[in-house]
Design a protein around this ligand. Structure first.
Ligand code: KG4
Ligand code: ZN
Length: 385
């Protein structure tokens, strides 16, 4: 089975082609057959995964400008599709998967309309995909991933921390292995949102802090690089102190807008000489990053303990942050917690269509005729598609 996936929920135009390597494994949950019939632990082969980033275009606005993003998607989609198909060896496609939400409405519709045209032309069904679920399922990518379809027992229940530019959510995940959908295929993925940000997302906080400090867009990777420089020179100790919002509150929610405001106040009270100094900027980057990491790790470990989770599954663009990945792993091993820590390779943390294709595999029982597919900018992971 070959799945063609399209992702345009924000500012990246993405198309991927995924092959399900053993035709006998076309249905999810045929674990024993997968084990016996194939030497691969993963039945997924990403034949192509093309991402066309609009970062340079939006950098001058310090954030994503939806109307411009839509126009870019329209322009780029045919080019990205052609390249993805060529790289994949122009295979016969069996199914189309497309992100329908959450995301920027204008951008979502561009991908959906493009998918509809293809589906009509190629006479194929479409599977509607939730962007947040796709981020989580990116953890299936790679032969070395701890999450394989042959290995559910040791992974679930899991706590998923999804951290991106638009979302910061703690989600309880179970595989739901026994319930069947109306057409007889076993369902995969049951989710319950336990907590989320009440205002800005973690990625948004990185982006806004970078903007205040006069750095570029997106802020996450820039702040991470400057914090690393500071650590190399001064072992990471800083003279600035930022708050860790809601860290000790009993709920599982987050709030990052106050942190951004604290960055702004600290910046404003400095002389223009200090503001322009490399040392101050690098210190602010270090402290901003550490404040976000402290809150994310503390709250995630708390919810994992409360729900007796066997794993923590990290995903979303902010999961590409080297320090966050390192400190999660280190905290778990220092405290000798019996918990798996899963995170995709960095290029599968930020938006891509390979993760949408993987979600397409698990959700193919939800396939619809193209006419019924609609965008839903505020789609929740525990909501019916
Ligand atoms: O998942 P994603 O690519 O798009 C959304 O669905 O929002 O996430 C983008 C976010 C941006 O806010 C960006 O600053 C952040 O992920 N990000 C990072 C890093 N790479 C991307 N944040 C911190 N460290 C990084 N290395
Ligand atoms: Zn995303």
């Amino acid at each position: 089975m070959i799945i063609l996936a399209i992702e345009t929920s924000c500012d990246d135009t993405c198309v991927a082609v995924l092959e399900i390597r053993n035709s006998k494994t076309e249905l999810p949950f045929m674990e024993t057959k997968v084990k016996k019939r194939t030497k691969f632990s993963s039945p997924f082969e990403i034949r192509s995964n093309v991402v066309s980033s609009q970062v340079k275009l939006h950098a001058k606005y310090g954030g994503v400008y939806p109307f411009l993003a839509k126009k870019e998607h329209q322009k780029n989609l045919p080019i990205v599709l052609k390249r993805a198909l060529k790289e994949a060896g122009n295979p016969k496609i069996n199914l189309i998967a497309v992100t329908i939400g959450p995301g920027l409405e204008l951008c979502l519709w561009t991908g959906i309309n493009f998918a509809k045209e293809l589906a009509e032309k190629m006479k194929l069904p479409i599977v509607p995909i939730n962007h947040i679920e796709a981020h989580i399922l990116a953890n299936f990518i790679g032969e070395n991933s701890k999450l394989q379809i042959t290995n559910y027992k040791n992974i679930f229940p899991a706590i998923c921390l999804v951290v991106s530019g638009g979302h910061t959510q703690l989600i309880l995940m179970n595989p739901v292995r026994n319930r069947k959908s109306s057409n007889g295929v076993k369902k995969f993925g049951q989710y319950k949102i336990l907590g989320e940000t009440r205002d800005d997302a973690a990625g948004e906080c990185f982006d806004k802090a970078a903007r205040i400090l006069g750095l570029g867009f997106p802020g996450g990777p820039i702040i991470s690089t400057l914090a690393k420089k500071h650590r190399q020179k001064y072992t990471g100790r800083t003279r600035v102190f930022l708050p860790r919002p809601m860290i000790y509150q009993k709920n599982y929610d987050f709030s990052f807008s106050g942190l951004k405001t604290a960055v702004l106040y600290d910046f404003k009270k400095r002389s223009s000489k200090v503001r322009r100094s490399k040392k101050y900027i690098e210190e602010m980057c270090t402290e901003t990053q550490q404040a976000i990491i402290d809150v994310l790790i503390h709250k995630t470990l708390k919810v994992a303990k409360d729900y007796k989770a066997k794993s923590i599954i990290l995903s979303g663009g902010v999961a590409a942050n080297t320090e966050l990945r390192k400190q999660f792993q280190l905290t778990i091993s220092n405290r000798q917690l019996a918990i798996n820590f899963l995170v995709p390779a960095k290029n599968f943390c930020t938006d891509n269509a390979a993760m949408v294709a993987i979600a397409g595999y698990f959700k193919w029982y939800k396939k619809k005729v193209w006419k019924k597919i609609k965008a839903n900018a505020n789609l929740k992971i525990d909501e019916k598609l």
